[in-house]
Write a protein that binds this ligand. Structure first.
Ligand SMILES: [Zn+2]
Length: 391
């Protein structure tokens, strides 16, 4: 039995002095108040969740490198990134497209490697010639190297879902748009008929669908098709936000990825991208919040030098410009857990014992979620970081 005492954020509210009791892999009791003489461990909260990342295992930040990188290197670097994430207080992550994540997920679940629980899409689903298709390569070579299945009709996309399921996918990732092209246009991705068939097939397998969506059209197509989460979601407007609210679709704005300088050579494309990103960084989360959407933390970090795994708490810091500190903590724990459809992210009887103990109180300052403040990390009831818990 493991007992942790201190100020607690349970996923929705704060308990000033309380005790969490863990038995096996579960939380069995949350007590208010602590006994005289009980050791105070620190600020206790559910393990954090990054609902959108990639295990790319590569230093560079460009699509050709992500495709060309040697797969053994990807596996080795990603195994290291898994451990870094866990030590930084992340106990669940969702990989939305990589070559190794379904394997990492299995190896972690069987206890062969150390890291957060991994929800993995396996390969993502995208159109031929989309943004993640390195178009300088011959198509057959690109498809062989890609971390996406290219699919171009409702039937091909249905099959692509089955191929992802065959890889061991526990979520399905789709590209409902590309990014920006000349003239400020957002490149199209999978169309409404393809998205509908993907959602239908994924839900038949009990899997949620996460949609990369830039711009109003892609968001609308995705939400109407019934996807479960909107990723990035640049260009959210009142109509799309209220439709998302109605459908219960989660919003994962991945602000952390947009604070990193991104090289775009074409000046016109660069200007449009900068405009859309700046609006996203200033307005979209405000709108999502006033529409009452479920907003979850996701960084879109890939493990590169500029988007390194381990610093993923940045998303919470950026969200705190628009949300109260309590709301941010819920976004990175209980709301993210709900958006992923998992029984994690809460300190409640019957929940899995995924816990972080921090030196300093993040309800005062969200920067206190940084890895430097992490004292203990408990996952599935097992202590992975920090000694002196008397067990
Ligand atoms: Zn991504």
């Amino acid at each position: 039995m493991l007992k942790l005492a201190g100020k607690i954020f349970d996923g929705t509210r704060v308990i000033e002095r309380g005790m969490v009791v863990v038995e096996g892999n579960q939380i069995v009791e949350v007590e208010e108040g602590v006994e005289e003489g009980d050791a105070i461990h620190g600020f206790i909260m559910p393990g954090m969740i990054d609902a959108h990342l990639h295990f790319f295992g590569v230093h560079e930040d460009n699509v050709l490198s992500w495709n060309l990188v040697n797969e053994i290197d990807v596996a080795i670097r990603s195994t290291r990134d898994m451990e870094t994430l866990l030590r930084a207080g992340f106990t669940t992550v969702r990989d939305l497209g990589s070559k190794v994540a379904t394997r990492l997920s299995r190896l972690e679940a069987s206890g062969e490697i150390i890291g957060p629980r991994v929800i993995a899409s396996g390969y993502s689903l995208a159109i031929t010639g989309g943004d993640d298709d390195p178009k300088d390569l011959p198509l057959d070579v690109a498809q062989r190297l890609s971390y996406s299945f290219y699919c171009d009709s409702p039937y091909e996309c249905r099959k692509a879902v089955r191929l992802a399921v065959r890889q061991g996918a526990t979520v399905i990732k789709v590209y409902a748009s590309g990014a920006f092209s000349q003239g400020g246009k957002i490149l199209p991705g999978l169309g409404p008929d393809e998205l509908k068939s993907i959602v239908e097939e994924s839900h038949r397998f009990g899997l949620r669908v996460a949609s990369h969506a830039y711009g109003r059209e892609a968001i609308l197509n995705s939400v109407e098709a019934g996807v479960d989460t909107i990723e990035h979601g640049l260009g959210l407007d009142e109509e799309t936000a209220s439709l998302m609210k109605e459908r219960g679709t989660c919003y994962i704005p991945t602000l952390a990825t947009y604070e990193i300088p991104f090289h775009v050579s074409n000046p016109e494309v660069r200007r449009y991208r900068e405009e859309a990103v700046s609006r996203h960084m200033k307005e979209d989360v405000k709108l999502a919040r006033s529409a009452g959407l479920k907003i979850a933390t996701g960084t879109d970090y890939v493990g590169s030098d500029s988007r390194p795994h381990g610093r993923n708490y940045r998303e919470a810091v950026l969200l705190s410009q628009f949300l109260s500190n309590h709301e941010v903590l819920a976004s990175t724990t209980s709301i993210a857990g709900e958006c992923l459809g998992l029984r994690v992210g809460k300190i409640e009887r019957g929940y899995l014992a995924d816990l972080v103990v921090l030196k300093a109180d993040p309800t005062q300052n969200v920067e206190n979620l940084s890895p430097e403040n992490v004292i203990h990390v408990v996952r599935n009831g097992k202590i992975y970081r920090g000694a002196g818990l008397g067990v």
